[in-house]
Design a protein around this ligand. Structure first.
Ligand SMILES: Nc1ncnc2c1ncn2[C@@H]1O[C@H](COP(=O)(O)OP(=O)(O)O)[C@@H](O)[C@H]1O
Ligand SMILES: [Mg+2]
Length: 371
């Protein structure tokens, strides 16, 4: 198996990618480089999320006018919707440097103290996956966010002393797929919280046209529309599919990203007409075939598809719920009529098939849903 082929599999498989992403916020190197190149740099060139964009724009502009550092910003929402991009934009808009780290990288309070005590005045501190910091670091962080002070421990054992250190004002931008997991005292220190929601097709088309231009890919409206409609409302997936369709067009087609190329490539990479990928379908199949449509606990469902509970909950579930394929009930997850229809299956007699319309699943509820 060649390297190229292996990386294709990895990219087509949302689950693997998602797992890798949790460990390492950027995916593999190629992906990271392309993603960086495709990130909008300023708020004005950031399509979609109009509410968050307007609110954040106001917060930043007001702070800049006052000549002060903006309030701390928390960004929440499923992977690939633009949290990291917006964090970079915050720094660009206020014309300040940005320091990037992540929850998993900060296991000891000392790690955080080192970062905090080296911040320059007005610097932006981006904390990705902020819900994965250790408790001790969390506590240090929210005290530092409020009082701009940190206790540095000098020495070890009984002789150790805490020396309070004044910090210059700075702005924390936190990103999380699980806002519900943040302890209240930490959540309360953020003056502005932006919930990112899935993008509609029109915004994804705008993003794709822009990406095609930046990548030097020749694409027509139909090809772009086909990709946008099957990207799970997610710019990262849209950009990735665009690159796969470009590959197909280059090798088998006319070199142009058109509808023929889009349909063929999306079939090859297991993206179905509703935009569901392999993990999404595996979850629905397990729910319908093995658990007769549910309700079933999230962790049981995750085991059935061989995935981490966290991956199922943050990557697959929000979109499936939002699109009305699945519902959360007090007794667990259940398939909807749409799920059965999508899989071409008939619900067993007497099953409690839920009949619901796609609902707008506010991100505020994402982290709080439990088994
Ligand atoms: N509104 C947007 N417009 C254009 N591209 C976007 C937008 N949001 C995200 N992207 C692209 O999607 C990819 C993933 O975005 P990122 O900010 O890393 O998502 P997150 O941090 O939420 O997982 C990046 O390559 C970025 O360029
Ligand atoms: Mg990110």
């Amino acid at each position: 198996m060649t390297e190229g082929f292996r990386s294709e599999i990895r990219e087509s498989d949302g689950s693997l990618e998602a797992t890798a992403r949790v460990v390492d916020a950027g995916g593999d190197d190629d992906e990271r480089i392309v993603e960086a190149a495709l990130r909008p740099k300023r708020l004005a060139e950031f399509p979609g999320q109009p509410r968050v964009r307007d609110q954040l724009g106001l917060v930043l502009r007001a702070a800049k006018q006052r000549g002060s550092t903006p309030d701390h910003v928390l960004l929440s929402g499923p992977p690939g919707l633009g949290k990291t991009t917006l964090a970079m934009i915050v720094a660009a808009e206020i014309e300040r440097p940005i320091r990037v780290t992540s929850g998993p990288a900060i296991q000891h309070a000392g790690d955080l103290a080192a970062v905090l005590s080296s911040l320059d005045e007005g610097e932006v501190l981006f904390l990705d996956e902020i819900h994965r910091m250790s408790r001790a670091a969390e506590e240090m962080l929210y005290l530092a966010m409020e009082d701009f002070r940190v206790d540095v421990i000098v020495g070890k054992g009984p002789g150790a002393t805490a020396i309070p250190l004044e910090l210059p004002p700075f702005t924390v931008v936190g990103a999380t797929t699980r806002a519900g997991l943040l302890p209240a005292p930490l959540r309360d220190r953020f003056g502005f919280t932006g919930h990112l929601d899935y993008y509609d097709a029109a915004d994804l088309e705008t993003i794709l046209h822009r990406s095609a231009r930046l990548l030097g890919v020749d694409a027509d409206g139909e090809g772009i529309a086909e990709i946008a409609g099957r990207s799970r409302g997610t710019p990262r997936i849209a950009n990735r599919l665009l690159r796969r369709v470009r590959d197909w067009a280059q090798v088998h087609g006319s070199g142009r990203v058109d509808q023929v190329a889009a349909l063929a490539a999306l079939r090859l990479f297991d993206v179905d007409a509703a935009g569901l990928d392999r993990l999404d379908r595996a979850v629905l199949e397990a729910l319908c075939r093995r658990f007769a449509g549910g309700p079933v606990g999230l962790s049981t469902l995750a085991v059935a598809v061989g995935e981490e509970t966290d991956t199922v909950e943050t990557v697959a579930e929000p979109y499936l719920v939002r699109e009305g394929f699945m519902v959360r009930t007090p007794r667990g997850r259940a398939a909807t009529r749409r799920a059965w229809e999508h899989l071409n299956l008939t619900p067993p007699v007497g099953s409690t098939t839920q009949d619901v319309l796609p609902l707008d699943d506010g991100p505020g509820r994402l982290g709080s849903a439990t088994d």
